[in-house]
Design a protein around this ligand. Structure first.
Ligand code: BGC
Length: 415
């Protein structure tokens, strides 16, 4: 009996040690990649880490753009229990760094020479006070259109080169009996369209309004024109657009129910997941009037301060994310471009190749701007203030004139 008890105790001890060892090799990851395409991309990261002996505790918080995820995160940090790594955008990373909540990736960044290969536009958010605090996974951009190829062919096959041609195409889609614009009426999606509409009125205008928050640009006639364009686009969405998830809107284009979607290139992940081929089933193009310019956002894994035991898996995760092989494998599926400048575009489809090329060219030409809608132009308070006005105008609660005035006031109050 005593022998049996000893064996049980020994087994329990062993089990305990094994559990501890496993727990030490675990990362808990908070993210909002819950759509079909996003989940497939995330699987690439999970598998990669598993192959390195790191297990994954998943903390998904659905809600595109990450607003809901950021609320959950705050509750976790307030409770003194932050996850190991958190998907995060631009200024949110800086905000957490300012609060002293983030860890330090300098050791791995120096060893792997991240400074030399990660674009400076991303480093601005991956570093705080000269120290690496986050590992960038990708570069997305928001000024894209995803068009159903069959519907475009029926309309004559020409990609719209300017605003008037875009409107003519939308009218044609209406005449074809399909929903012209597949849209999910939630604030971040309205704001994603607004990114492109404002950019289509000029690079300088986008910069003055959203990067510099210049009251003259925010309150200008051009801004009224931007809202007028939103009013016009609103006439092409279906009656059920309100509250729809972005990936369900992508599905409408995929299933030939709608003509096009204005969305960041994570939408491509949905098309690919559905077995659709760029150039054959769908067309990707820049929002008319924004060719040569890019509004970007980069998903990064911000690394929180963790216990000594958790440091190793955290660094292994950061290193795995920056590996060029992973960067290619992941971003091919996700619809984004790599977060490093030295990853070959060979494995990418035509839209991916275009994304990589557009980013490099815009970066060189000084026409690469942080996305307002996706947290790369301003801190959350300003972003949310803009969201609010854009959504109210899009839903007919404000006229363009009122929206312009509200925008100036809301931004001034939030700054
Ligand atoms: C993120 C993407 C994500 C999209 C929709 C964006 O803010 O950068 O990675 O796919 O939101 O969820």
């Amino acid at each position: 009996m005593k022998k049996l008890m000893n064996t049980v105790a020994a087994a329990a001890m062993l089990l305990g040690t094994a559990t501890m060892a496993r727990a030490a090799e675990n990362v808990e990851v908070l993210h909002w990649w819950t759509s079909g395409g996003e989940a497939t991309a995330l699987e690439v990261l999970k598998k990669d880490l598993e192959s390195k002996g790191i297990t994954w505790s998943d903390m998904p918080v659905s809600g595109g753009g990450g607003t809901e995820a950021m609320t959950v995160l705050r509750a976790r940090v307030t409770a003194g229990n932050p996850p190991t790594a958190v998907q995060m955008l631009g200024f949110d990373i800086t905000d957490w760094a300012k609060q002293g909540a983030l860890g330090n990736l300098d050791e791995v960044a120096a060893k792997e020479k991240w400074d030399d290969v990660i674009p400076t536009a991303l480093q601005k958010f991956s570093k705080y006070d000269g120290h690496w605090i986050a590992a960038p996974v990708n570069v997305h951009s928001t000024n894209w259109i995803w068009i159903n190829k069959a519907a475009l062919d029926k309309a004559g096959g020409k990609e719209p080169a300017n605003w008037d041609e875009l409107i003519a195409l939308l009218d044609n889609f209406k005449a074809q009996g399909i929903i012209p614009i597949a849209h999910g009426g939630v604030p971040w999606e309205d704001a994603t369209i607004f990114d492109a509409v404002v950019l289509s009125l000029g690079n300088d205008f986008y910069k003055s309004a959203f990067i510099d928050l210049d009251p003259a640009a925010l309150g200008s006639d051009k801004m009224k024109e931007a809202f007028d364009r939103m009013t016009k686009l609103r006439t092409y969405v279906d009656d059920n657009f309100s509250g729809r998830d972005w990936n369900l809107a992508s599905a409408m284009v995929i299933e030939n129910k709608a003509g096009l979607q204005f969305m960041g290139d994570w939408a491509k992940g949905e098309f690919i997941k559905a077995g659709k081929v760029p150039g054959k089933d769908f067309v990707c193009m820049r929002f008319p009037g924004t060719q040569g310019s890019v509004t970007f956002n980069s998903d990064q894994f911000a690394m929180f301060k963790v216990s000594e035991a958790q440091l190793k898996p955290q660094l292994v995760m950061a290193s795995a994310i920056e590996s060029p092989t992973f960067q290619s494998a992941f971003n091919v599926v996700k619809g984004s471009a790599p977060a490093r400048t030295d990853v070959p575009d060979t494995a990418f489809d035509d839209c991916g190749k275009k994304a990589i090329k557009d980013l490099a060219e815009a970066n060189k030409a000084g026409t690469l701007f942080g996305s307002m809608a996706h947290g790369h132009a301003n801190p959350a308070a300003v972003k949310n203030a803009i969201y609010d006005v854009v959504t109210r105008e899009f839903n007919g609660d404000l006229t363009s004139e009122e929206a312009v005035k509200e925008l100036v006031a809301a931004v001034a109050a939030a700054k």
